[in-house]
Write a protein of this length. Structure first.
Length: 127
């Protein structure tokens, strides 16, 4: 999983969340409440929707495009469980959550890197 998790609150403007994604070179941002507990997720696909529907640059809050109550996984679960959840839900980003608080993110990129590592006999991933 990737840490730390990049987060925003649901009132952040869509364009500010897009900037967080760009600046951090990530494909999703976890939306949290004031206590730091997960409320949603915004992904690249959501940003494409926002652009197509002319919602960017207008200060519209990100909650209007986020996925509420996203599928998550506990940090103690094995990677294969994350892969199964992602495949079944057809998602590319899976927040890792402990007691409602995001502690990491598993992305399709992370899974591919592990597969390459294992296929190469355990050589360094190059991160």
């Amino acid at each position: 999983m990737t840490t730390p998790v990049v987060t925003a609150t649901k009132e952040f403007p869509i364009e500010d969340v897009a900037k967080l994604m760009f600046d951090n070179r990530i494909g999703s941002v976890v939306i949290v409440n004031d206590e730091g507990k997960i409320e949603g997720i915004v992904t690249e696909r959501d940003m494409i929707y926002a652009i197509a529907k002319n919602k960017v640059g207008k200060g519209i809050p990100v909650y209007t495009i986020m996925t509420e109550n996203p599928i998550t996984i506990d940090p103690d679960k094995p990677l294969i469980d994350a892969v199964r959840k992602m495949r079944e839900a057809k998602v590319r980003h899976l927040p890792v959550v402990r007691d409602g608080v995001p502690v990491g993110m598993v992305s399709l990129r992370d899974i591919i890197e592990v597969m390459v590592y294992l296929a190469s006999g355990g050589e360094h991933l190059g991160r």
